[in-house]
Write a protein that binds this ligand. Structure first.
Ligand code: GCB
Length: 593
């Protein structure tokens, strides 16, 4: 203890040993229908503004002996305030509303082995941002990134009976994180997605990647299976297609091309097939998978060989009462609102949303753009940031690359066109493509205002150019958009990844001018009248479906909300612009028929 106390006072590098980033995409396990044991519920909780916990090594504390009081630590992990997991701490207690820093979660865990030689992992769906895990007084590892899942291997570390789990989560905004200090959504903190135990047999299936080979023929399904241990073969079954194939596993890997002509997935026909993979020595995983091909040809986007226009809307993961916590009801409502707008597409901004979103999109037939928060001016020069970005992208891809609805991975949003950014992005695009050859890569680029044209060196590396433009709002002169349209002649499809204006609801809302519903609707009228004239524009995703919480929005109307939603933050009240967009998309959908 004396030693700890000294360290606590003097050691400025106290957190170094805990920043291993060893919980990353390499440790991910394909969940495919596996049974899990939830660790959700009440955990003991404390804030830790000074990171005293890491300095004093709170995770080493044995239960307090109140008789002798031999443990002069500043926290008692065995008693104290409770916190619901998953949750965003801001939403649980008002006093934590603006808290940014470290907090500790502690609970007991009773473990009984179920089968000889089993592996046991802790899976966290997401925790914002740095999450350090301790088991039975020892450090296990940490994960960076607030929106992707990670696994900690508890195999061989758990005792039969009682165990102690402690988790330290830090949501500070720093220069080298992704996103960095400055952005436009609320910095919710905590373990905000499911936390659960996953058991596998000794030998297990680690990954399954299955897709329609994008060769324009729609006649081959490709599957890749990764295993851990001594599995010799796996059997792949898609009953409805009459597929039952045995693959022999070598060096933990098996792959196969299977002739097949599945009914193709599309928003109109969101057909999914049950896929099952069984290992010769017992492990089984399943998935529900759609087969489709997405590609571009010149400025055209082709879904299953047919030219499409992306009728979209942006969406954050945000809720007035729950923050970033979402659930099936919330996600289905989101897609229902999109369908009411006649959308066939949604951009999940600006970070990986809950994995249920893509599963439900598969089922209801909404195409998705998914992204990681490489947003504005992150530390493009930093190796650590680069590693973090690539890892977040690979985690997102590995989590969801069997989802037919996801057609685009986006690598960035509104980053200035510097050499450092170009290098960072080239690397990221390359990693994205090599991990998943079945989707398009995009990024939300900016207009070159000096030249008044669409110009960004990153565009050379993308399949689709996303363009955020706010003519009629931040850029007041709408005629500039006409000039921009004429000056640009991109050779790739352009999707308007953002445009919009704020419009207030309620009795105190302005009746005309900026921030009125009418002004907002007018921006939508102008945008939707102009855009069909540019034939390289192949999609439109205004900003945004619902009003959302954002600390930086503090004018007298906003009260901490970005109010560019077509629907208010109550997720019910439609604004005038909602109907403008709905009618525009109805017309486009009609023309497409
Ligand atoms: C943008 C950003 C988005 C903001 C939006 C706005 O360009 O990409 O995150 O919320 O503008 O409302 O200003």
């Amino acid at each position: 203890i004396a030693e700890n106390a000294v360290e606590c006072l003097h050691n400025e590098a106290y957190d170094k040993p805990y920043n291993l980033q060893n919980l990353n995409h390499e440790g991910m396990i394909f969940m495919g229908g596996r049974k899990t044991e939830s660790l959700g519920g009440k955990w003991r909780f404390t804030l830790d503004l000074h990171d005293t916990g890491l300095r004093q090594k709170w995770f080493q504390i044995e239960p307090f002996d109140h008789e002798t009081c031999t443990n002069p630590y500043d926290y008692d992990p065995h008693s104290g305030e409770e916190m619901t997991v998953p949750s965003c701490w801001q939403m649980e207690r008002e006093k934590y509303f603006y808290f940014e820093g470290s907090a500790w979660y502690t609970r007991e865990l009773d473990y009984q082995p179920e089968q000889e030689g089993e592996n046991i992992f802790l899976r966290i769906g997401a925790a914002n941002y740095d999450c350090k895990i301790f088991l039975n007084h020892e450090y296990v590892g940490n994960h960076y990134g607030g929106s992707t899942p990670f696994f900690a291997d508890f195999t061989g570390r758990l005792k039969t009976g009682r165990n102690l789990v402690m988790i330290c989560v830090n949501n500070a905004r720093t220069e080298d994180r992704i996103p960095m200090r400055n952005n436009d959504w609320f910095n919710y903190g905590g373990i905000h997605r499911e936390i659960e135990l996953v058991r596998t047999p000794k030998n297990y299936i680690k990954d399954l990647f299955i897709y329609l080979v994008p060769n324009g023929q729609y006649n081959t399904i490709h599957a890749e299976v990764t295993t851990v241990g001594e599995t010799a073969s796996v059997e792949l079954t898609i009953e409805e297609l009459g597929i039952q194939q045995t693959l022999s596993v070598e060096g933990g890997f098996a792959s196969i091309d299977i002739p097949a002509s599945p009914e193709l997935w599309s928003p109109e026909t969101p057909k999914l097939y049950n896929v099952k993979v069984s290992a010769n020595d017992g492990d089984v995983v399943t998935d529900r998978v759609g087969f489709r091909e997405i590609r571009v040809d010149g400025t055209t986007i082709l879904l299953n060989g047919k030219s499409i226009y992306l009728r979209g809307i942006n969406c954050h993961e945000d809720d007035e009462k729950l923050g970033r916590i979402t659930n099936e009801y919330d996600i289905r409502r989101r897609f229902e609102h999109a369908k009411e707008l006649n959308c066939n597409y949604m951009r999940l901004a600006h970070y990986p949303h809950h994995e249920l979103a893509a599963q439900i999109a598969d089922e209801v037939g909404i195409m998705l753009w998914e992204e990681i928060p490489v947003y504005w001016s992150i530390a493009f020069h930093s190796d650590q940031t680069r590693r973090d970005g690539k890892n977040q992208m690979l985690e997102l891809i590995k989590r969801g690359r069997n989802r037919a609805s996801t057609i685009i991975w986006s690598v960035g949003n509104e980053n200035a066109d510097t050499d450092e950014r170009l290098e960072f992005m080239t690397d990221l695009v390359e990693a994205t493509r090599s991990t998943d050859p079945t989707r398009l890569v995009s990024a939300a680029c900016l207009v070159n205002h000096a030249k008044m044209k669409i110009e960004d060196r990153l565009a050379d590396h993308l399949d689709i150019i996303g363009l955020n433009e706010y003519y009629g709002w931040y850029e007041e002169d709408f005629n500039d958009l006409l000039v921009l349209g004429e000056n640009s002649a991109p050779t790739k499809p352009v999707v308007i990844s953002e445009t919009g204006a704020e419009g207030m609801l309620g009795a105190n809302a302005p009746k005309k001018g900026a921030f009125s519903e009418e002004y907002m609707a007018n921006v939508y009228r102008q945008q939707t009248e102009f855009l069909p004239n540019l034939d390289y524009i192949k999609g439109f995703t205004p900003w945004i479906l619902y009003d959302f919480r954002a600390e930086r929005r503090q004018n007298p109307y906003q009260h901490g909300y970005n109010c560019k939603g077509l629907i208010g933050s109550d997720k019910q009240t439609r604004k005038a612009a909602f109907f403008v967009l709905r009618d525009f998309y109805a017309k486009l959908a009609q023309e497409e028929k």
